[in-house]
Design a protein around this ligand. Structure first.
Ligand code: NIG
Ligand code: FE
Length: 384
């Protein structure tokens, strides 16, 4: 909904009042006032799918792809995810944190106030635990709120190429039980040919569920591999990508209440078609969210506004649907729909002031940053 000439009062970091400016001016004695006349005020973006915790670059692979090589061909040649695993393993904590903080600063400047962060470029007990610890450290030391997802099952590392079943055991029996947790945490699996089969994914996710993790799945990204059906079967909180899904998958996701996290940056980044069938999902009653999938292989992009621009054009969302998908629906994909994602009394005071009077400009214009100011828990944390 839209309130014209509206105002918001934030107290102790949370939204205390929302309504018409006239009324708020009468009711509230503000200690500090921000004038947003002629601008749009909206909830901060929630990015529900993000692999920002990596070192290095795959710009050489990008150039190979521009010349015609496919993502899967590059992975089969030993590049792809494993190339980033090598770079991440050999980076010091300090170096890795410095690279990530730059990404977080850019995300914040583009209006993301809460983000998921996945592990998945460590792929050994020691390295996955290190990445898990670094997510907590980034969360403590950066204004953005971060929610951790364990993705030890991103790909089978070459050490286990001959015995992938042993790697599945390592993930389920060694890594998962060792992850320290003091709050919300998710477990994800890349369910795909050349990554993890439905059977292997089921084993890992079932164990994660027993340990109290909520579940996510990289599902049906390059082929119809059965990830969406598995997500519905296990009651996952989200199923992500979902390019190659069909009527049965959408019905199952709608039935289980699993959020479809769609990642148009990946399809754009790889210059592929088709985009995820968002309209069919919405018609089937599936809740659709949008994320960046920020990662060095398929979608190095910190900008949620660009995701909206692509989603409106190629997935045919209206600007208003795209905003819902990138805020409240994304919050539900992270289990925090009651705390963030909309401007309602009691929710966190996370909001954006846009440099325009028409919210649709978020999707209409692209490439530049539409965000004039970011307010996080009531504090100005970014000003253009
Ligand atoms: O979501 N599909 C798996 N993970 C990423 C790609 C990661 C990478 O290439 O480094 C994705 O597209
Ligand atoms: Fe991903």
């Amino acid at each position: 909904g839209i309130i014209r000439d509206g105002a918001i009062a934030i107290k102790d970091g949370n939204i205390a009042l929302v309504g018409a400016s006239e009324k708020l001016k009468r009711d509230v004695q503000a200690m500090q006032e921000i004038d947003a006349q002629g601008q749009v005020v909206m909830p901060g973006f929630v990015d529900p799918h993000n692999h920002l915790l990596f070192a290095g670059s795959r710009v050489d692979e990008f150039e190979m792809r521009v010349k015609g090589a496919t993502y899967q061909e590059i992975q089969a040649m030993g590049g792809g995810i494993m190339s980033t695993v090598r770079a991440t393993r050999s980076a010091s904590d300090e170096d890795l944190l410095a690279q990530c903080r730059k990404r977080l600063d850019r995300m914040l400047a583009f209006g993301t106030t809460t983000s998921e962060v996945k592990t998945g470029y460590g792929l050994s007990v020691e390295q996955e635990l290190r990445l898990w610890r670094l997510i907590a450290e980034l969360d403590r030391t950066h204004p953005l709120d971060l929610i951790p997802t364990f993705l030890g099952a991103h790909v089978v590392p070459p050490e286990y190429a001959e015995q992938p079943a042993e790697y599945v055991t390592l993930v389920s029996e060694e890594m998962l039980p060792k992850l320290p947790r003091d709050g919300l945490a998710f477990c994800d699996v890349f369910c795909e040919t050349n990554a993890f089969s439905v059977e292997q994914s089921r084993r890992i996710l079932t164990k994660a569920k027993q340990l109290g993790f909520d579940l996510k799945i990289h599902a049906d990204e390059f082929t119809r591999s059965g990830g969406a059906m598995l997500a519905a079967e296990l009651g996952a909180i989200s199923a992500d990508h979902l390019i190659y899904t069909e009527t049965d998958d959408w019905a199952a996701l709608a039935q289980s209440g699993t959020v479809a996290v769609l990642l148009p940056g990946t399809i754009f980044g790889l210059a592929l078609t088709p985009y995820a069938p968002a309209r069919d999902m919405i018609s089937a009653g599936v809740v659709v969210a949008l994320g960046t999938d920020l990662n060095p292989g398929t979608s190095w992009c910190e900008s949620m506004p660009l995701m909206l621009a692509i989603a409106c054009r190629y997935m045919h969302l209206s600007p208003m649907e795209a905003i819902s998908a990138a805020t409240i629906n994304a919050a539900h994909a992270l289990g925090i729909g009651k705390q963030v994602g909309s401007l309602e009394v009691g929710k966190r005071g996370d909001l954006l002031i846009l440099d325009t009077a028409d919210y649709r400009d978020l999707a209409y214009q692209f490439g530049a940053n539409p965000v004039a100011q970011v307010i996080k828990k009531g504090q100005a944390v970014f000003t253009a």
